[in-house]
Design a binder for this molecule. Structure first.
Ligand code: KPL
Length: 312
C-alpha cells in the first residue's frame, strides 16, 4: 500500500520539528504556510543533549549541532490537491481559521490535532463531519529563534490516539519509525487530560506573574497559588473520572516546574509577544467540565479573568 503524504498546518516550532522527523523517516511532507508569507527553507538546529540511557550513561550530545535545512516542501505553489493526512500544530485559537483556508481540499482526511488545550476535536468534527480526528500530545521541546530558524531544545515522548480507535491505524507505522519515542495510546483522553491539568496550573500563573516556570516553586506567594489551583484541578479531575491525575496533580506539576524551570511557558511567550493566549482552550475547558459536574473552581475562574485582562 502506498504511504500517506502528510501536510502540516502551522509551520511553528513543533510543526517544523515533526515535519523534519517525518522527512527523515522518508515520508512525503508539505508545510502549509500562511497565505502571504514568502516560502523558503527553514533551518533546524539541534540543541539537545542525548538522552542518557542505561546502555549509554551520562551521554551528552553536541551543545549545538550544525543547522540543517528542513527538507519538507514549503509553500509549494502547485500543491492544491486533496489533503489526505494532516498534522495540525497551529495555536489552538487559529485552528478553525487555518482549517477554513484549506476547506476545499479536505474530505475523508485524517486530522492529527497536536495543539495545546482541549475542546477543538468536537468543533472540528461539527464543521467537517467527514474528518477522522486523532489527537497527539508531546513533551518534545522546540522554539523559534526567528521566522526561519527553529531550535530543537529537548527530546521528549509523543503519544497519539483517538477515542474511536483502540488499535493504531496503518499510517501510524510512519510515525513510529520516524519519530523517536512515539507511542500509540489507546487511552489518549487520560494523557490529554493530564497535560491539560498541568497547563491549567503553570501557564496562567506564569503569564499573569510574568515569570519563568521555576519561580512557581521558588516564590512562596506563587507556590501558594500553585497549591490552590492544584486542589481545584484535582477536584474537577475526580468529578470527571480522571482519578490518576486527581491523585497525582501536585507531584506532576512539581515535576514539570522542576524539569522546565528555566523555560517561559507558551502562555507567557504569547503575552510577551502581544499574541492572544490559549486560555479559553486550557482553563476555559477545565471550567466547562467543572460546571458540568457542579464543581465551583473559583480560583481557576479568577486566574482566567486575570489572563483575559492581559489580552492585547
Ligand atoms: O506545556 C507547557 C507550556 O508552556 O505550554 C509547559 C509544560 C508548562 C512547559 O512550559
Amino acid at each position: 500500500m502506498a504511504e500517506a503524504t502528510w501536510h502540516v498546518l502551522g509551520a511553528g516550532a513543533i510543526g517544523c520539528l515533526f515535519a523534519d522527523y517525518l522527512v527523515r523517516g522518508n515520508c512525503e511532507v508539505t508545510l502549509i504556510e500562511r497565505a502571504g508569507k514568502t516560502p523558503g527553507p527553514i533551518l533546524l538546529e539541534s540543541a539537545c543533549a542525548e538522552t542518557a540511557t542505561s546502555a549509554n550513561p551520562g551521554a551528552r550530545g553536541a551543545a549545538h549541532a550544525p543547522l540543517r535545512a528542513l527538507g519538507a516542501r514549503t509553500g509549494v505553489p502547485k500543491d492544491s490537491g486533496p489533503i489526505t493526512h494532516l498534522l495540525i500544530t497551529t495555536k489552538a485559537y487559529d485552528v478553525l481559521t487555518a482549517m477554513a483556508s484549506i476547506a476545499p481540499r479536505l474530505g475523508n482526511t485524517v486530522a492529527l490535532l497536536m495543539v495545546n488545550g482541549l475542546g477543538l476535536a468536537e468543533s472540528l468534527s461539527q464543521t467537517y463531519p467527514q474528518l477522522s480526528v486523532f489527537y497527539g500530545t508531546t513533551t518534545e521541546g522546540a522554539y523559534r529563534r526567528n521566522r526561519r530558524h527553529v531550535v530543537h531544545a529537548g527530546r521528549g515522548e509523543t503519544r497519539i490516539g483517538a477515542a474511536h480507535a483502540a488499535e493504531p491505524p496503518p499510517w501510524f507505522g510512519q510515525w513510529s519509525r520516524s519519530v523517536p519515542r512515539c507511542l500509540w495510546d489507546a487511552d489518549i483522553d487520560t494523557a490529554l487530560w493530564a497535560k491539560l491539568a498541568v497547563n491549567c496550573v503553570i501557564n496562567p500563573l506564569t503569564a499573569v506573574h510574568g515569570c519563568r516556570n521555576g519561580a512557581l516553586a521558588e516564590r512562596p506567594e506563587l507556590a501558594a497559588r500553585v497549591a490552590q489551583l492544584c486542589r481545584e484541578v484535582s477536584q474537577v479531575s475526580y468529578a470527571a473520572g480522571y482519578t490518576g491525575t486527581a491523585q497525582a496533580i501536585d507531584a506532576m506539576v512539581a515535576r514539570v516546574i522542576q524539569a522546565t524551570a528555566a523555560n517561559r511557558s507558551s502562555m507567557l511567550q504569547d503575552v510577551q509577544a502581544g499574541r492572544p493566549t490559549e486560555i479559553e482552550y486550557i482553563t476555559g475547558y477545565l471550567l466547562q467540565v467543572a460546571a458540568a459536574h457542579g464543581v465551583p473552581a473559583v480560583h481557576n475562574r479568577q486566574i482566567m479573568q486575570e489572563v483575559e485582562r492581559l489580552a492585547p
